[in-house]
Design a binder for this molecule. Structure first.
Ligand SMILES: [Cu+2]
Length: 84
């Protein structure tokens, strides 16, 4: 996260991949699945949060502290590494 945004905003990974969000802003953020499933709680400046994406699907998420901050985690077995 930087500039009050998730960079990249859309991320495609395979089941079993570990996703790490690093907070490069000088204030806290969260990574909270809009429909439930994962929630980082507060990630302090300079800290990171890692999540193992076990279940396939498309998971919109947001920061509970900044309503404009949204992202999408796409978990699919045919995904190629990297974000968009
Ligand atoms: Cu935030």
């Amino acid at each position: 996260m930087e500039g009050t945004a998730y960079v990249p905003q859309t991320l495609s990974v395979r089941p079993g991949d570990v996703v790490v969000w690093v907070n490069r802003d000088p204030f806290p953020h969260t990574v909270t699945a809009s429909a439930g499933g994962f929630d980082s709680n507060t990630v302090a400046p300079g800290k990171s949060w890692r999540y193992t994406a076990r279940k396939a699907g498309v998971f919109p998420y947001r920061c509970t502290l900044h309503p404009t901050m949204t992202g999408t985690l796409s978990v699919r077995s045919d995904a190629t590494a990297g974000g968009k």
